[in-house]
Design a protein around this ligand. Structure first.
Ligand code: SF4
Ligand code: SF4
Length: 206
């Protein structure tokens, strides 16, 4: 059959010569290539001590955001999970109890929220799907682990710290183009949350 690339080679079944049976010429040829690389410019870096510069909108480890007052933004709607092509996200919803308003912004919240980093392909569709501006990818690289179970990230690793100084800044991902996109009536559900409007609408509902 005609190959698509024209790079196919006919495999030879001829008997090996005495020199080929010694394997020495092949070993020396391999050593010559290895030694020649010692004097070439390295293309690798000693990660993690040395890091390459990456884009500000690099798609790395996720963060579950809190709002301005520190309450978790996620309402466990499941849209990120449905949008995820790798089925990497699972969650369990719970109902907010009286007195927990400072912890969870909505009446329903994610009691359990997990992302399997081994399944994730860092496509960013979960971020696109979220109507609450709750999940974002960041420029943090997921560290290596020895156990598969350690790659399943729960809320302890995903939710950003309560301390305002330790919050994960995702403002750089909100480029002018993204903000304009979210203004489109078709994507109105994805608009940034305006606390003043939320307070007004709550008052008008009473
Ligand atoms: S980045 Fe893509 S693959 Fe990873 S959890 Fe989000 S939607 Fe799924
Ligand atoms: S992160 Fe966003 S899309 Fe996913 S469950 Fe929470 S609110 Fe819904």
């Amino acid at each position: 059959m005609q190959s698509l690339t024209n790079r196919s080679k006919q495999v030879s079944k001829k008997e090996m010569t005495f020199m080929e049976k010694l394997y020495l010429p092949a070993i020396l040829g391999g050593m010559r290539i290895t030694l020649s690389h010692l004097f070439k410019k390295k293309v690798t870096v000693s990660y993690p001590e040395q890091k390459r510069p990456i884009s500000e909108v690099y798609r790395g480890q996720h963060v579950l955001k809190r709002d301005e007052s520190g309450a978790e933004r996620c309402t466990a709607c499941g849209l990120c999970s449905v949008a995820c092509p790798a089925e990497a996200i699972t969650m369990t919803a719970a109902e907010r109890k009286k007195g927990e308003e400072g912890l969870y912004r909505e009446e329903k919240y994610a009691a359990v929220y997990e992302i399997n980093m081994l399944r994730c392909i860092f496509c960013g569709l979960c971020e696109e799907a979220c109507p609450k501006e709750a999940i974002f990818l960041t420029d943090r690289i997921v560290p290596t682990e020895f156990e598969r179970g350690d790659f399943v990230y729960g809320k302890d690793k995903l939710v950003e710290p309560m301390d305002k100084n330790l919050r994960v800044d995702v403002s750089v991902r909100q480029t002018k183009g993204v903000l304009e996109f979210k203004q489109h009536p078709q994507y109105a559900h994805n608009k940034l949350w305006d606390p003043n409007k939320a307070i007004k609408s709550k008052k008008s509902a009473h």
